[in-house]
Write a protein that binds this ligand. Structure first.
Ligand SMILES: Cc1cc2nc3c(=O)[nH]c(=O)nc-3n(C[C@H](O)[C@H](O)[C@H](O)COP(=O)(O)OP(=O)(O)OC[C@H]3O[C@@H](n4cnc5c(N)ncnc54)[C@H](O)[C@@H]3O)c2cc1C
Length: 285
């Protein structure tokens, strides 16, 4: 017989949440903006761990060599935060996640754990070389974001773990910035057809010291473009920088045909958007 009853817990301390997760599998609920739409018309038969009262998982803090973004930090908080240009890609993405109501409720942790190929938070964080912090009663573990997101709606999170924070390493160069470009079927409130996160670090000689490029919605998991990154390194940081990128630099993507766009269109657009993201960022830096 199908289960129709569920339990609901809303702990106020992370340790209590981890205790509950250790006792048995629970469905974690943060802002609910992915959780609820996925269950329209379904019976409510899950044991839910509502983490919205875990205040210590909210907010952004600067540490010695990285920034720590609590998993419950909302898109609105991120969009309004006073952060260096290194975060401009993530902040542009934050302003494009749904509308204001979604940005007020939706969290960065929920976006990563839901692991949609179209999750706007993923490409800018990949380009920044972000890590995730996973907490359980056994302790806290760090993992590169590339290793955390395994596929469409699949992550490396174990049932007893909570995603507690996103850790963004500081760039080595003083002159460094990020950018985000998203293409959808219309200007606002749209699921991405293709989106690009880009970072550049520029040396004192005016040349690109390091580049981070990632494309979302063109493979089951957003992908970094190592060949494209290498092609930019050492080049003068100027507005034409994006023109260095060629079709072979995005050939590792595997876009799909779906109701929103064809695979061929996505491939074509990916190169255009990567070039645009790089050139716009180089011009700004
Ligand atoms: C109208 C609308 C428009 C949207 N537009 C966009 C958009 O433009 N771009 C975009 O990227 N997304 C969009 N979304 C999706 C959603 O808003 C975001 O992915 C959001 O960041 C999800 O966060 P949440 O806190 O609401 O997650 P929830 O819905 O609470 O959770 C999502 C998943 O993650 C798990 N989870 C959440 N937090 C944790 C944690 N700390 N540890 C472990 N597991 C966790 C949950 O169990 C669940 O499986 C949209 C959604 C709606 C309804």
């Amino acid at each position: 017989m199908a289960r129709t009853l569920s339990s609901y817990q809303r702990p106020r301390a992370v340790d209590d949440a981890l205790e509950a997760l250790a006792a048995g599998p629970l469905t974690v609920l943060a802002g609910g903006t992915d959780y609820y739409p996925a269950r329209v018309g379904e019976p409510c038969d899950e044991d839910v761990l509502d983490i919205t009262a875990l205040e210590e998982l909210r907010g952004i803090a600067e540490r010695h060599d990285h920034w720590r973004i609590g998993a419950l930090t909302t898109w609105s908080t991120l969009a309004r935060a006073d952060l260096p240009p290194w975060f401009e890609g993530l902040q542009l993405a934050a302003r494009e996640v749904g509308g204001e109501q979604i940005q007020n409720a939706g969290t960065i942790g929920g976006n990563l754990c839901n692991a949609s190929p179209a999750a706007d938070g993923v490409p800018p964080l990949l380009a920044q070389g972000a890590m995730v912090e996973l907490a359980s009663r056994a302790g806290r573990e760090r993992m590169r974001l590339e290793e955390f997101i395994l596929g469409n709606r699949r992550t490396a999170r174990r049932p007893e773990q909570l995603l507690s924070a996103v850790l963004v390493p500081k760039p080595a160069a003083r002159r460094a910035g990020g950018h985000f470009v998203k293409l959808g079927a219309r200007r606002y409130l749209v699921i991405s057809l293709v989106m690009v996160g880009a970072t550049l670090e520029v040396g004192d000689d005016g040349r690109v010291a390091a580049a981070g490029l990632a494309v979302g919605a063109c493979a089951p998991v957003a992908r970094r473009l190592p060949a494209a990154e290498r092609a930019l390194e050492g080049a003068p940081c100027e507005e034409r920088l994006g023109a260095l990128l060629q079709p072979e630099h995005v050939s590792g993507l595997a876009p799909i045909d779906d109701v929103r766009a064809s695979a061929a269109y996505r491939s074509d657009v990916a190169l255009t958007l990567v070039r645009r993201a790089v050139s716009e960022l180089a011009a700004r830096l």
